[in-house]
Design a protein. Structure first.
Ligand code: NIG
Ligand code: FE
Length: 414
């Protein structure tokens, strides 16, 4: 074998209990193994769970833990600019209504996007992509939603396709066509517009899923059901921002509509835990949005114990979560939900790949899967425990070293 890369002598390799799983329900997270090991990559893929002394590049992973590349299945990239002033207002007690009245919130990012050149938006997003790579993210999703007009949303999705050419990671695009009600529309009227634009979205963009924000300030459960019907009609997956700020009992509606994921869940109704946990719909929890937005903690422990498919993501966006580092989100998830490190890493790897429809090719260390890997500088449990520490020694994309931490350069033999 002529491996491109051999990762040798790792203290631990994080592996699923069996190969070929489409996801792993969280009540089985403890069955993931952490054993000493090595692996060899060839032709983009994991070729063997043993080292290859003849490999073109060899990486000494002694003292390290090798995990699958992190998958961030919920971000709002690409977006334009930031909203730091608004964050300061929020933490110093300015009411949301006042922030919104003075032009803040989603409307502010929509304005910034409209006023920015394609090049400026892509340059910022590509920079964020490089930052995410250094924190171990090897695949990320991004959403439209700051377009707030037919042309604006189509442009956002074209930018998502262009971003794919600018970043090293794999990307997946979601059409968040119902994020805020655009000026001049009622929510119902905007949903008519969404229906009218969908053939173009399907024909001309790379979007794989539809998304909607269900909240009193945005769209309703009826609109969620309608988005579900549209997703089915157009062969797209359905995702939904639900139960973030208040309880609307949107989860049963999302399950009926065949949603791939329900995201946020800070205000999930206790009666909705069991039906969600029985389904194949993932519970995507966003603890950095909860923290930065002073929201309740989602019932992460209850969801895990009930056997839900749980997922962690950054929700990276300029408003509620300007956080791009999944290891930080893993630390927050462990603390806020009472999760083990294995539970948190399962949520940011295989189960996150399931949300993106990519679990057959990424999300776990298995022979034949794409060789997207992260080498951590210590035991798995150190990531949530040494909260804020940058734990990544090296990142592998498609069997090639894509990023190596300064102090790990002497581990590479080429
Ligand atoms: O996921 N919940 C709605 N949308 C975003 C926030 C968007 C913004 O504030 O710009 C979220 O939290
Ligand atoms: Fe979001």
């Amino acid at each position: 074998m002529n491996a491109s890369l051999s990762i040798e002598g790792a203290d631990a390799l994080l592996r699923p209990p069996e190969d070929g799983l489409p996801y792993l329900r969280h009540d089985r997270a403890a069955s993931m193994t952490l054993e000493p090991g090595a692996l060899a990559c060839a032709d983009d893929a994991i070729a063997a769970l043993s080292d290859d002394p003849g490999a073109a590049v060899r990486f000494d992973a002694s003292g390290a833990t090798v995990i699958p590349g992190l998958v961030d299945c919920h971000t709002h990239l690409p977006f334009a600019g930031w909203r730091a002033r608004e964050y300061e207002q929020k933490v110093t007690g300015v009411p949301y209504e006042e922030i919104a009245r003075s032009g803040g919130g989603i409307a502010a990012s929509a304005r910034a996007l409209a006023e920015s050149s394609d090049e400026a938006v892509l340059a910022q997003a590509a920079g964020i992509g490089r930052e995410m790579l250094a924190w171990g993210t090897t695949t990320f999703e991004g959403k439209s939603g700051y377009g707030l007009s037919r042309a604006g949303e189509l442009r956002a999705l074209r930018l998502a396709a262009a971003l794919r050419e600018r970043v090293a990671q794999g990307t997946v695009a979601t059409a968040l066509l119902a994020h805020a009600v655009p000026p001049g529309f009622t929510a119902d009227g905007w949903m008519d517009e969404v229906e009218a634009m969908l053939p173009t979205v399907v024909r001309e963009t790379v979007a794989e899923s539809l998304d909607i924000f269900v909240e009193s300030i945005a769209f309703s459960n009826e609109h969620l059901a309608r988005m579900g019907a549209l997703a089915r009609e157009h062969g797209l997956a359905l995702r939904a921002h639900v139960e973030q700020l208040a309880t609307h009992r949107s989860v049963p509606v999302a399950l009926d509509a065949g949603a791939r994921s329900v995201d946020h869940l800070s205000r999930l109704h206790p009666d909705d835990v069991a039906p969600l946990a029985r389904s194949e719909c993932a519970a995507v929890l966003l603890p950095s949005a909860e923290l930065m937005n002073a929201e309740d903690a989602a019932p992460g422990r209850a969801l895990v114990d009930a056997g839900a498919i749980c997922v962690l993501a950054t929700d990276a966006n300029p408003g509620t979560s300007p956080v791009v580092a999944l290891p930080i989100v893993i630390g927050l998830g462990v603390r806020r939900y009472g999760w083990s490190a294995r539970e948190a890493f399962l949520a940011a790897t295989l189960n996150a790949a399931h949300v993106l429809g990519r679990a057959a090719s990424i999300g776990s260390i298995e022979i034949g899967k794409r060789a997207d890997l992260v080498v951590l500088d210590g035991p798995l449990e150190h990531v949530p425990y040494r909260f804020g520490h940058h734990p990544v020694l090296a990142v592998v994309l498609g069997g090639e070293l894509a990023w190596v931490r300064e102090d790990a350069r002497d581990r590479v033999r080429a």
